[in-house]
Ligand binder design. Structure first.
Ligand code: ZN
Length: 238
């Protein structure tokens, strides 16, 4: 199978059920805290890969809307939106413009790979974090003013080449599973703690103690759960 054929298979197997009827819901009604932590990692890793690519092609910045092929001179053709729905009928019922657009860009990138485009071949997996995001149900993303909006916190709509200097993020199944487990553990820890249970819990990553810190600002109370190891687990909970 060609890169393009494999990509079409992946996109058309994205489960539409994850996206139907969610457009008016709050993020927290259909994604768990752990899931959107994963979403944030996937998006951060996409931005990092795009940053590295921008450095390679000597561009400073791009937007979440732009296809990577467009940055090296390729253009979208008029009927691509219609064509996507023919190739991937699961997208007919999905009302997520940005997810569809990025999927179109991904398919076009795979066509470049099939044509042995030298630049594309060096950034073979650039779209992988976003496709994993869509497959896992995190594709309800949109932009508002200058921000990319989802349950995961703030990303800017533009992607800066400096992002390419960041450390790569492990997006393997196992790594993503661990992120969810860590959040679930911390959530359960906090529930018990609020009930008065003072049993300590330990970090999944390093085995060190997890400490609950209280915060209160402007009348809002929240908790920070932090691993004793520096730069390890550190998350806010309400
Ligand atoms: Zn730790």
């Amino acid at each position: 199978m060609s890169y393009h054929e494999l990509a079409v298979e992946r996109i058309k197997n994205i489960d539409a059920k994850q996206y139907i009827g969610v457009s008016n819901k709050r993020y927290s009604e259909f994604r768990s805290r752990g899931e959107y932590e994963v979403d944030a990692r996937l998006i951060a890793e996409y931005y990092r890969r795009v940053g590295a690519y921008l450095q390679f092609i000597s561009k400073e910045v791009t937007s979440i809307y732009a296809g990577m092929d467009m940055l090296i001179g390729y253009k979208m053709v008029d009927n691509e939106w219609d064509e996507l729905l023919v190739k991937c009928p699961n997208f007919v019922e999905i009302d997520c413009m940005l997810m569809k657009l990025i999927s179109i860009h991904y398919l076009r990138w795979c066509t470049l790979l099939d044509n042995s485009n030298n630049i594309a071949l060096q950034f073979l997996d650039i779209y992988e974090p976003m496709i994993i995001l869509f497959e896992r149900g995190g594709g309800r993303i949109s932009t508002h003013h200058h921000e990319l909006v989802g349950g995961f916190g703030a990303f800017s709509r533009s992607i800066d080449a400096k992002r390419g200097d960041k450390k790569p993020i492990d997006i393997s199944d196992n790594a993503l599973k661990t992120i969810i487990e860590e959040i679930e553990l911390a959530e359960a820890y906090l529930v018990e703690h609020k009930k008065g249970n003072l049993t300590e819990k330990y970090c999944i990553r390093c085995g060190n103690r997890l400490i609950i810190h209280y915060n209160n600002k402007f009348g809002q109370q929240w908790y920070k759960i932090k691993c004793e190891t520096k730069d390890c687990f550190d998350n806010n909970f309400s």
